[in-house]
Ligand binder design. Structure first.
Ligand code: NIG
Ligand code: FE
Length: 412
């Protein structure tokens, strides 16, 4: 069935060629068509252009979106959306003066979430996660990556990955899954981290691969969690299962995770709140996407990823939510885009590129998602009546979404 969207005030992120990402200075350009039409057939984009060229015949369905803006749905390439329970008590403890690190050292943090998740049934975990997924779809997210990493036993990690697989099957949104067994060292392995790494490599990873439960592999490379050597051992072991790395690096300390991940051809390096000169150099010679998570910086009160410097160095840059119970309980990409403009001082054009086409690249979906291109998925957001696209980050915290279309169907 063909549907024609008419009188679009401005159609954003229009790419004639199927580009996969935008780098450096090119991020300043956000190609648009004013007073546009968008024609879709079933789940795909068939055509677009100026209203004067809009097709007039053989259209089954016409939608007038006068004064509204249309843009590709958000591509959220880094989330931990599958989790059990919440951690609002730790939030209150941080307000009262404890640091994220002190809370983790007391057995809180990731280990706290793992304990809850281990005691939660697969059915209950699915219900809690499906509710969050439905919420972010309403907020305009049209493609998402979800990680394991709150299981920390083989059984509980597989439980998380099965929940992600079930979400993939039951929802129209594109989902990529990532195995993050090395998210924290479980208490019982506290004195013997190497034994936990061996367990991940020799027991959990083969089962994850056998069940085809992951698209990517992740490691939290950080002081007190996993060293560069630990990360490299896990990434090396994942190669035989064809799992591409997408890793947590440089959140609190620069310990060499970025050059190591680039050497392992990581698809993305995420967090990057702390960066050294060598980190920029190693990314320049790679196909690895740097990903910033501004809501994590906002929520924990830690530095923001130097997005301005990353882009000014000619590199690409993507934005994601990090949706998780400890460092970013929000999965709102609209807020991510606004926070990036306000706190990272990147322009609306750069932020929208970072949250659409570059986000799609950071989860291997830019062939089908992230821009208005013929043949790509008909996944887009119709805004309320707003004056311009800069109004989106300017009007931060308010919901300017009128309609969400996924695979050609209006879902919200
Ligand atoms: O990306 N940094 C590691 N992992 C998550 C947070 C984990 C948690 O606190 O539950 C993150 O911020
Ligand atoms: Fe994360």
């Amino acid at each position: 069935m063909k549907t024609l969207y008419l009188n679009i005030r401005e159609l954003l992120q229009v790419r004639e060629d199927n580009i996969h990402k935008v780098d450096g200075k090119d991020m300043q350009s956000l190609p648009t068509i004013k007073n546009a039409f968008l024609l879709i057939e079933d789940d795909l984009i068939l055509d677009f252009g100026e209203m004067k060229d809009a097709p007039k015949k053989n259209i089954e369905n016409v939608v007038d979106v006068r004064n509204k803006i249309v843009l590709p749905s958000w591509c959220d390439s880094h989330t931990h959306l599958v989790y059990a329970g919440n951690r609002e008590q730790e939030f209150v403890d941080r307000i009262k003066g404890l640091t994220y690190e002190e809370i983790a050292n007391k057995g809180g943090g990731i280990l706290n979430s793992a304990k809850t998740l281990q005691q939660t049934t697969e059915g209950e975990l699915y219900e809690q996660s499906a509710k969050r997924l439905e919420e972010v779809i309403k907020l305009g997210t049209g493609a998402i990556e979800i990680k394991s990493g709150y299981g920390l036993t083989t059984e509980a990690e597989l439980k998380m990955l099965k929940v992600i697989a079930k979400l993939k099957k039951n929802y129209p949104i594109a989902i990529k899954s990532t195995f993050l067994g090395a998210h924290a060292v479980p208490t019982e392995f506290k004195e013997n981290k190497d034994a936990y790494i061996s367990k991940i490599i020799n027991e959990t990873l083969p089962k994850v691969a056998q069940g085809k439960l992951a698209d990517y592999i992740d490691v939290f490379c950080e002081k007190g969690y996993f060293s560069v050597g630990d990360m490299e051992a896990i990434l090396f072991a994942s190669k035989k299962y064809d799992l591409t790395p997408k890793v947590h690096v440089n959140q609190f300390n620069a310990i060499g995770g970025i050059p190591a991940a680039a050497r392992h051809n990581a698809l993305s390096v995420d967090h990057l709140e702390v960066m050294e000169d060598r980190d920029f150099d190693s990314l320049k010679n790679s196909n690895t996407m740097p990903v910033g998570l501004p809501l994590c910086s906002f929520f924990l009160g830690i530095p923001y990823t130097p997005a301005r410097k990353i882009i000014d160095n000619g590199l690409p840059f993507a934005l994601a939510t990090d949706h998780n119970p400890g460092s970013s309980p929000s999965g709102n990409m609209n807020l991510v885009v606004a926070t990036a403009c306000i706190k990272m001082r990147i322009t609306p054009e750069e932020a929208i590129n970072a949250a659409t086409i570059n986000g799609a690249y950071a989860m291997g979906l830019s062939e089908t998602h992230g821009s208005i291109t013929k043949g790509k998925k008909a996944n887009f957001i119709v805004t309320k009546e707003i004056p311009s696209y800069s109004y989106l980050p300017y009007d931060f915290g308010n919901n300017n979404i009128d309609m969400v279309v996924l695979d050609g169907k209006v879902v919200s």
